[in-house]
Ligand binder design. Structure first.
Ligand SMILES: [Mn+2]
Length: 424
């Protein structure tokens, strides 16, 4: 199912007058608006292949219908998102859920939709039907070397799939840890994990990056072997220059200061990528920006400041990915909302008057510092984000067009009501 260019043009024509009015108001008082719009056009957020179906909880799963049944249909779904917003130009795959049967055909299909292959994800948190040894007590941390070997070989296989598709990075998230005191020797678990990661690192092509994702708890509830950014940084530092920390916004203990974590990882040149989502209590995987939009802005403010300090390119030098789950909403509508929230926070961060903020900091003028940040945060940048979409050939209001065209209805008719996408 493809979105017709004429449908987008017609939709934009209907909204054009109102959009131009709102845009001219913003441009009037924002001197660098044109600059910001171009940066928004360039900024792409990778969509995870595992977030295109309805998510579940450990209590149940309520399917919505029309979910993608295979990798080809997942690419088609992201193609729909990208046609609507022109900001979702990459897909992040999870192996073994997304093993391509024909690399050339999958590459061609992605290209047809204008999609690149972002980070590849390995999976040693589940046992697969044909798997020899179990990950029940961990994978890379396991007391049995044979289990560790199996996890290493799986990751190397994931890299090989990625090389064939043109990906340039591997994300390793481990569920490894313990649920009861005494279950693990922490030091041995760390050393086993490091040794396993080193073997995977050795197999990494020269132009690849390895992202070491951390998570405070779940599925293990007493300790996690890559539990926080300090532990991830320790692994990444010991592994070498191709290894980086990946920050998933939902993987912290409550009230962690993520913006400070981001600032320091960037300072050390060890921030590799992001998994966007939002949460109220734990790893809730809710729509980005739906609960704590100010925190998202503060994180982006540190990202922009820190990347500029290192002369990094915003759009290309970090991996920008969504990692979310949708129990209630249509997954595609939810992802459109998340991408919009990310672009809004990014645009607001670009608005921060850095010179004024530095002056306020140097003078210990706490009130002024807050004013500078909140001036940017409270600016309605939505017309700039819409203008970026317009210039890129996307829809002024992607969700409205998604609904007007009854895209979910068409997907259900094409795929059925009982389809289940692989994922979390
Ligand atoms: Mn994640």
């Amino acid at each position: 199912m493809n979105i017709d260019k004429n449908q987008i043009a017609e939709h934009n024509q209907q909204l054009m007058a109102a959009h131009q009015r709102r845009l001219s108001q913003v441009i009037d008082y924002l001197p660098n608006a044109v600059n910001i719009v171009q940066k928004l056009v360039d900024f792409q957020v990778a969509i995870p292949s595992w977030a295109l179906g309805t998510g579940g909880t450990r209590f149940g799963r309520f399917s919505g219908g029309g979910e993608p049944r295979n990798l080809e249909e997942k690419i088609a779904d992201i193609g729909i998102l990208h046609a609507l917003n022109r900001s979702s130009g990459a897909i992040s795959l999870h192996i073994p859920w997304d093993i391509p049967k024909d690399y050339a055909a999958i590459r061609a299909l992605a290209e047809e939709h204008g999609l690149a292959f972002d980070a590849m994800n390995s999976n040693t948190f589940q046992d697969q039907p044909d798997q020899a040894l179990s990950y029940k007590f961990g994978s890379m941390q396991h007391v049995d070397k044979a289990v560790r070997r199996q996890a290493v070989e799986h990751n190397i296989e994931v890299i090989k799939h990625g090389v064939e598709l043109g990906s340039k990075s591997l994300t390793v998230w481990l569920a490894d840890g313990s649920s009861f005191p005494g279950q693990l020797n922490f030091r041995k678990a760390f050393q086993n994990t490091l040794e396993s990661l080193q073997e995977v690192y050795e197999a990494l092509p020269d132009d690849w990056k390895m992202f070491v994702e951390y998570k405070a708890f779940e599925p293990n509830f007493y300790s996690t072997t890559v539990g926080d950014w300090g532990q991830s940084l320790l692994y990444a530092s010991k592994l070498g220059e191709k290894a980086y920390t990946l920050v998933d916004l939902g993987h912290h203990l409550p009230n962690a200061n993520i913006e400070q974590i981001v600032a320091l990882l960037l300072m050390e040149g060890k921030l590799g990528g992001f998994h966007f989502n939002d949460s109220k209590y734990g790893d809730d995987d809710l729509t980005t920006g739906s609960i704590k939009p100010y925190q998202l802005f503060l994180i982006f403010s540190e990202l922009v400041e820190g990347m500029d300090a290192r002369g990094m390119e915003h759009a290309k030098d970090l991996g920008w990915m969504i990692d979310a789950s949708h129990n209630l909403k249509d997954p595609l509508e939810d992802l459109l909302q998340s991408v919009e929230a990310i672009l809004i926070a990014y645009a607001q961060a670009l608005l921060v008057d850095r010179a004024a903020l530095q002056q306020a900091q140097a003078a210990n003028d706490v009130v002024r510092a807050q004013e500078v940040l909140q001036e940017a945060f409270r600016t309605d940048v939505r017309p700039l984000v819409a203008e970026a979409r317009l210039r890129a050939g996307a829809a002024l209001n992607p969700i409205q067009l998604f609904r007007q065209q009854d895209i979910r209805g068409k997907l259900i008719r094409e795929r059925g009501t009982k389809t289940v996408a692989t994922g979390l």
